[in-house]
Design a protein around this ligand. Structure first.
Ligand code: FAD
Length: 606
């Protein structure tokens, strides 16, 4: 029997689609192996650039979101735009992260308020690559404390969806922990079926690491074998976001899995005899389309309903030209560009502080404090010289990874004194060795231009609040004591590194330091980046705060941008407060929770 013309048409189109899906699958495989630039794919050009969801940024959040949405929301097509290149895991190397400089800040001294001190500028790296910062980070797996998330939930009744129990459910859903023989207590706090791989250090513990633990025990710091369990305080080895000893970015786990889902909807079944052929209609490709080297420039708004700020798509720069992608009627634009760039693209699209936007000649669509509430964990190192005894394994200690094998968590002292035994036993510590985990100082970022390729200015404002400075002083004093402890001082001959020669005369080996000396050390020496010192743990968050609008919020509890439609932000920028620990896992957790909210809202529109 002859097919009618529309059947024939459908059959032709479907057979083309079939072929393209096959080619597509091959190219996906190549992409997964990172040996082919993903942008060479052709299939999606036929879809006229209309997607159910457009995700901007394939970092920690974007990768989790893409995977969760494609598997859980029925029959959707997703575009992921990533400004950076594909990763290059095939060589076990990733490309250089892009770096933003922070701005030099003058401020009154904490110790001598009549004097002026300077927070020097420093480079601020970010992962501009598939996987985002999770592809360049230090892999320390920490998730913060119960009270962090309960405080998010306490912002209003509707915010209860962010309480610790629900966040813990999400942490567990994302995590795939490879601890050997986990005990029942461990199982309460960890997940074993997610796609974020976590493991204990793959190497044996170095003798020196064991001796640092002993030295910490000498000072009264208890051991802890799970910093994400019931208590965070103590000394112990970190778990890392690794699998079989290799870095696992969120792209490796989540985006790779998202790319595996390629279907056609509706599923076209051959019609049974005597009709033959296919059912009428053309299938839509259900899949995730990733475009690398595609930099989002701004949101496309529905200009016919100007007052409603309805997002209908995005403008992006790719292949040397500006392109548009649009969302389908029930779709959404979801910004996952990270703390700096999510704030930047909102501001470029007219959402942000009036004065800053006007100064950059950008039309204000909705005034919101985007870019305020810039939070971060300041960091300051204390360094020791080691005499290497013959035949030890210390020469094998190398690279950042070894440096962060170990965590010592305690409460800093707000008067700058060495923490006491009670501070070591406090189950809600605020220090992670040299990282101040709950700073009270808050910074901000500003748009410096309407040009999307010019980075915003970052004002970190570290130590603006005196208690931050005093707690950092207290922690450094403790580390100085640690270096003097046996077996570090005896077996390893550890000596505090002198700063008088290389860095100026104000601090000599073994000499007492006044609080003023300490402040200079923290502000000036802690910022010397050509040496190993640093001043940030690169845990920037908070610039598109989730809070009631009256409390300085930019997105509501469902992460929708106030005063707009079809627009959400999902990444570290929405954190109302900074968690008391590293933030990669919390970002993944937020993205997982957000996928549920987006799914609920999408289904409600059906
Ligand atoms: C050097 C370093 C070390 C760290 N160490 C640790 C650690 O040990 N443990 C830990 O838990 N956390 C660590 N972190 C922090 C953690 O990795 C990040 O906070 C987290 O990955 C942020 O996730 P995100 O999704 O918010 O943003 P990102 O991962 O930064 O993702 C944003 C993505 O959006 C893309 N993008 C931005 N703008 C645009 C645009 N206009 N168009 C298209 N794409 C765009 C970016 O290229 C990027 O890929 C570290 C971070 C750094 C930089």
């Amino acid at each position: 029997m002859e097919l009618n013309p529309s059947d024939k048409n459908a059959e032709t189109i479907n057979s083309i689609l079939e072929k393209e899906l096959k080619i597509d699958a091959e190219i996906r495989n190549l992409w997964s192996e990172s040996i082919h630039c993903r942008d060479q794919r052709q299939t999606f050009k036929k879809t006229n650039e209309i997607y159910d969801f457009i995700i901007v940024g394939a970092g920690t959040a974007g990768c989790v979101l893409a995977r969760e949405l494609i598997y859980n929301v029925p029959n959707v097509t997703i575009l992921v735009l990533e400004a950076g290149p594909p990763d290059a895991q095939v060589n076990d190397k990733i490309r250089l992260p892009c770096t933003f400089p922070s701005v030099k800040q003058r401020m009154p001294s904490t110790i001598e308020p009549t004097k002026e001190v300077i927070n020097k500028e420093m480079p601020y790296p970010r992962g501009k690559i598939i996987g985002g910062c999770s592809a360049v980070n230090n892999m320390v797996y920490m998730r913060g404390q119960k009270s962090d998330y309960d405080s998010w939930a306490a912002q209003g009744p509707e915010y209860s969806i962010w309480d610790y129990d629900r966040c813990l459910e999400a942490f567990k859903a994302v995590e795939n922990n490879a601890r050997v023989n986990p005990d029942e207590e461990f199982k309460k706090y960890h997940g074993f079926n997610g796609l974020l791989h976590v493991q204990d250090s793959p190497n044996d513990t170095y003798e020196m690491t064991k001796d640092i633990i002993k030295a910490a025990n000498n000072l009264g710091i208890p051991c802890n074998n799970d910093f994400n369990g019931v208590r965070q305080n103590g000394v112990g080895k970190h778990q890392h976001t690794m699998k079989d000893g290799k870095r696992i970015s969120l792209a490796d786990g989540y985006l790779t899995d998202a790319l595996k889902k390629v279907e056609k909807y509706p599923l076209l079944k051959p019609l049974s005899p005597p009709y033959g052929g296919f059912s009428n209609g053309v299938a839509k490709v259900v899949a995730v389309n990733v475009k690398t080297l595609s930099h989002m420039l701004s949101i496309i708004w529905d200009e016919e309903k100007e007052d409603e700020n309805i997002a209908i798509g995005v403008k992006y720069f790719c292949n040397g030209g500006i392109q548009n992608a649009f969302i389908a009627p029930k779709g959404e634009v979801i910004i996952c560009g990270g703390t700096v760039n999510s704030a930047q693209v909102l501001m470029l699209s007219g959402i942000g502080p009036k004065n800053n936007l006007k100064a950059c000649n950008i039309k204000v669509r909705k005034e919101l404090p985007v870019g305020r509430n810039l939070l971060d964990h300041p960091i300051c190192y204390m360094t020791g010289n080691v005499s290497i005894p013959n035949g030890t394994d210390v020469s094998r200690i190398h690279s950042w990874c070894s440096g962060i094998k170990l965590g010592i968590n305690y409460k800093g002292n707000v008067e700058g004194k060495i923490p006491s035994k009670e501070d070591f036993l406090d189950e809600r510590p605020d220090f992670q060795t040299y990282v101040l985990n709950c700073p009270k100082s808050v910074g901000h970022l500003e748009l410096s231009s309407s040009n999307p390729f010019i980075q915003p200015k970052l004002f970190l404002n570290f130590y603006e609040k005196p208690e931050d400075m005093y707690r950092m002083i207290s922690s450094l004093k403790l580390l100085r004591e640690l270096l003097k402890q046996p077996p570090l001082s005896t077996v390893w001959g550890v000596k505090e590194l002198g700063f008088n020669d290389e860095f100026g005369k104000w601090c000599s080996v073994g000499e007492e330091m006044s609080d003023e000396d300490w402040e200079r050390y923290i502000r000036e020496k802690g910022f010397v980046t050509k040496h190993i010192f640093s001043s940030s743990s690169f845990h920037m968050c908070g610039t598109v705060k989730m809070a009631p609008e009256s409390q300085g919020g930019c997105v509501n509890h469902r992460l929708q941008v106030y005063g707009t439609k079809n627009l959400r932000v999902v990444d570290a920028s929405i954190f109302p407060t900074i968690p008391n620990g590293n933030i990669n896992a919390p970002v993944a957790m937020v993205a997982w929770r957000a996928s549920k909210l987006i799914e609920e809202d999408y289904r409600a529109k059906i």
